[in-house]
Design a protein around this ligand. Structure first.
Ligand SMILES: [Ca+2]
Length: 412
């Protein structure tokens, strides 16, 4: 059974997009021993060692709650869990930090069970518990740390740190220390394998969502934990039904313009190196003016493509030699994936033509706050996202939207 699962996951990577994995590779804190985003984009692959967990009776939940875009749903029974096997890479002997987002809908169960060292549990509707054990000395019991600040049906960012040198053990909730104690210097044999959701020797099974699990081999400081909290909270910009658009910085608004508009443009250079445009057309199935996206145009340098509602790609890419091309296009199910890289920044676009849904992700620093258009400037602040094409920030959504109309493009 195990062997079949391994094969399936390997095939899964190959189909979905091997290139994307490479593009999204980035460096993390060197003390990070495991980072499992556990979301729709990265599924249950560790971003440090690129190994997969084994999932049983769980599903990806794509509903955005707050600033978390997706997570894994556990159903509160003994067949609903994820097992992360360690070949030693997630072994912790001394200090550690364990972080996770939990969205409990039930009342109790293991959120993270690290065999032989540290566990994070939900022990009551509003209670989270940290338990530390040492495999080196199974007879030693250490006091559990609890908090009653857990909130059901909301994301809670739970953290546990242990510092071997100071002996300090701390429980964090949403970036703040909520409980701590000193247990002296103890040595773990290993954190070893990790199980999320259900363990064999306990009848309590976690019910709810989990995402963004992180393991470090040192005790992070409170400031570092607040930074780590942001690792999984960036949602892609979206253009879809209602609300019509959500910017890179998370500002959602409705705008019913028709014809071609600039979604994202290089505003670092006077002659933009890239531009992404959308063609909005009125829906004919409703009486009021409601528009939807019927085509996407991506231009990078001299290269330009248009993708329509049938996911058909046209443009001048084929006229170019492959080494002259900047735009990479691939297909996965009903989605066209388009990516291009300028300086250190990679744009990853997904277009579902039939569903009129477009998403855009940006990674890199060169264009931080240096893009412009209907999807904002991507500087992390949603308040300045209504910057018009003349550089002024508008309070009026229509004034802002119309400023990004493309003057010289014809539409149907
Ligand atoms: Ca902004």
């Amino acid at each position: 059974m195990l062997r079949i699962l391994v094969l399936i996951s390997v095939v899964g990577i190959a189909i979905s997009s091997p290139k994307e994995k490479v593009l999204q590779k980035r460096s993390y804190d060197p003390s990070m021993r495991g980072f499992w985003p556990m979301n729709a984009d990265h599924t249950i692959m560790d971003q440090i060692y690129y190994t997969y967990g084994f999932e049983y009776g769980v599903t990806v939940d794509n509903t955005q709650h707050g600033n978390i875009c997706s997570g894994y749903r556990f159903y509160g029974n003994n067949g609903s869990y994820i097992y992360f096997h360690s070949d030693g890479q997630i072994t912790i002997q001394y200090s550690f930090t364990l972080l996770v987002y939990a969205y409990p809908t039930g009342v109790a169960g293991p959120i993270i069970y690290g065999s032989g060292s540290a566990d994070l549990w939900q022990t009551a509707a509003n209670q989270a518990l940290l338990r530390i054990r040492s495999q080196r000395d199974m007879s030693a019991y250490y006091p559990n740390l609890t908090t009653n600040g857990l909130v059901q049906n909301e994301w809670n960012f739970i953290g546990a740190t242990y510092d071997y040198n100071s002996g300090e053990e701390k429980l964090y909730l949403n970036g703040a220390v909520v409980n701590s104690t000193n247990i002296g210097s103890i040595e773990f044999a290993r954190v070893g394998n990790i199980v999320v959701g259900a363990v064999t020797d306990d009848a309590r099974y976690y019910k709810g969502l989990v995402t963004c699990m992180q393991l470090y081999d040192r005790a992070l400081s409170p400031d570092e934990i607040i930074e780590a909290e942001k690792l999984c909270t960036k949602c892609p910009a979206v253009v879809r039904g209602d609300p019509h658009l959500t910017t890179f910085d998370g500002r959602a608004y409705s705008f019913q313009g028709t014809c071609w508009y600039t979604l994202v443009k290089d505003c670092l250079n006077t002659n933009p190196e890239f531009e992404i445009r959308a063609n909005f057309a009125p829906r004919d199935d409703v009486d009021v003016l409601k528009t939807r996206t019927v085509a996407i145009n991506v231009t990078v340098g001299e290269e330009s493509i248009i993708v329509d509602t049938h996911n058909t790609v046209s443009g001048n890419s084929n006229d170019l030699k492959f080494w002259e091309r900047h735009i990479d296009v691939s297909f996965n199910d009903n989605t066209v994936m388009i990516s291009f890289t300028v300086k250190d920044t990679t744009f990853t676009l997904r277009w579902k033509g039939r569903k009129h849904i477009f998403t855009a992700d940006v990674s890199g620093t060169a264009y931080h706050g240096k893009v412009c258009g209907l999807l904002g400037n991507a500087d992390g602040d949603s308040h300045n996202d209504f910057m018009m094409s003349d550089g002024k920030v508008s309070k009026d959504v229509n004034e802002f939207g119309e400023s990004w109309k493309v003057a010289d493009m014809r539409c149907e």
